[in-house]
Design a protein around this ligand. Structure first.
Ligand SMILES: *[C@@H]1O[C@H](CO)[C@@H](O)[C@H](O)[C@H]1NC(C)=O
Ligand SMILES: *[C@@H]1O[C@H](CO)[C@@H](O)[C@H](O)[C@H]1NC(C)=O
Length: 416
């Protein structure tokens, strides 16, 4: 411990804290206690290690609020049992005293803990630990890339072996079949002669800030750990977190997650997986991030059909327009086209498909593949994985001029 504390002086510099915090995706969360490489993790884990049951209780005891109308009115002498007897059964769709326990029970058996020995010049110097979810009875396990792929080597196609332990104690040797470092999603496969429990994938698009969520996993080797919280933000952008590379969006929650939770599921109160936990901000409490399951499903689809994630690249910077931005742009430039919705192109990369197609800085994309668009999200959605296929784009320019351009996306290097 003392060594760990001393090391924490390393983190006095603010920018370094931030960097390490976000690199949690890459290394912080990855390494368990007990290896020399774990000191960074321990700093992150330290405050969470001192929890007392009391400090956990309020957030994990929703029963308090379940029978809300009754419990609040009968604070007098009624015992809790009485209150429960009198209170109506929580309605379908309401949060009940068992809601979180039921959600956790539904997915729990399918949650696994993983470990990968970390080698250095042929020597084993520790292990990378994490969590995962069995999503198919054939032994397909969803987890995150930084747990199972050797980041030092940056090999995204590691066919490494992974040790897997199920909640019921069964253990397997799994194989990494796919890993995408950019999204930090990986698939590990185990073979079992006996049936495996599986978790159901839900949808992340209908989530709202404030929705209850439950995180399951094996933080700091504490198997079968459940923490609960709410969705704090449904679309936290990678750029907001200071992460480079292509744009990504994360679910932000206040669920406590720690080293070893990486790759584990974030589930809704129906017990459906709605995210994959991957990182947290180191120097803060309650800032945890998960890859939304809708993106994960697309990534899995790419893995199945192409063996890797193919991302189209146009070479455009894009900016969502809203009334305020349009008004400001009009104020600056009277020629700015009359648009109510669209996506502004502030910059076109030299030598990019967009430049070849004739995009100009200042263009406003209003139609993409025949569909009106009002946000970058919609553009990305429509673009899908159309690499090498021409796309017609309608842009508005000065004096309302409407121009149709044809652009052929190339495959992106996502870390650029
Ligand atoms: C999973 O966690 C348990 C409990 O800490 C541990 O005994 C087991 O070795 C872990 N499994 C793997 C594959 O790391
Ligand atoms: C642009 O079009 C809108 C209606 O679509 C019109 O009201 C406006 O005057 C036009 N602006 C210019 C500069 O032609």
């Amino acid at each position: 411990m003392r060594r760990i504390l001393r090391n924490s002086s390393l983190f006095k510099d603010k920018s370094f804290i931030r960097l390490v915090a976000l690199a949690a995706a890459g290394s912080g969360v990855a390494y368990g206690l007990g290896s020399d490489w774990s000191s960074r993790v321990s700093i992150q884990a330290l405050p969470h290690y001192t929890f007392s049951p009391n400090s956990l209780f309020p957030s994990l005891a929703p029963s308090r609020y379940v029978n809300a109308p009754l419990s609040f009115s009968s604070v007098s002498s009624a015992s809790e049992a009485d209150v429960n007897k009198e209170s109506p059964k929580p309605c379908c769709g309401c949060l009940g005293r068992d809601t979180i326990a039921n959600a956790a029970a539904r997915v729990g058996p399918a949650v696994v803990n993983l470990s990968v020995p970390k080698g250095f010049h042929g020597m084993t110097v520790g292990k990378s630990i994490g969590s995962g979810t069995i999503i198919d009875g054939d032994g397909t396990i969803l987890t995150c890339a930084h747990v199972v792929v050797d980041f030092q080597g940056f090999t995204s196609s590691s066919k490494g072996k992974v040790d897997v332990t199920l909640q019921d104690g069964r253990s397997f040797e799994g194989t990494v079949v796919n890993a995408d470092l950019h999204s930090d999603i990986a698939i590990v496969k185990i073979n079992s002669k006996t049936p495996l429990p599986t978790a159901k994938l839900g949808s992340s698009s209908s989530l709202r800030p404030g929705d209850w969520v439950v995180a399951l996993g094996c933080p700091l080797s504490l198997q079968n750990t459940i923490t609960a919280g709410i969705v704090s933000c449904v679309d936290r952008k990678s750029s907001d977190l200071g992460l480079g590379g292509m744009r990504r969006e994360y679910l932000q929650t206040d669920c406590a997650i720690n080293a070893g939770n990486s790759g584990g599921p974030l589930v809704n109160i129906d017990g459906e997986v709605i995210g994959v936990n991957i990182m947290k901000v180191l120097a803060a409490d309650g800032l945890s991030f998960s890859v939304p399951i809708d993106s994960v499903s697309k990534i899995i689809e790419h893995f199945k059909t192409k063996g890797r994630v193919v991302r189209p690249w146009l070479g455009l910077k894009m900016l969502d327009l809203n009334d305020m931005i349009v008004a400001q742009l009009k104020e600056k430039d009277v020629m700015f086209p009359d648009v109510t919705k669209g996506v502004l192109v502030p910059m076109v990369s030299p030598g990019s498909p967009a430049e070849r197609a004739g995009f100009h800085p200042g263009d406003v994309v209003v139609e993409f593949e025949g569909k009106p668009v009002g946000s970058i999200k919609e553009v990305i959605e429509i673009m899908g994985d159309k690499v090498g296929k021409p796309i017609n784009v309608v842009v508005k320019r000065a004096k309302n001029a409407s121009v149709t351009l044809t652009v052929i996306p190339e495959e992106a290097n996502p870390d650029m």
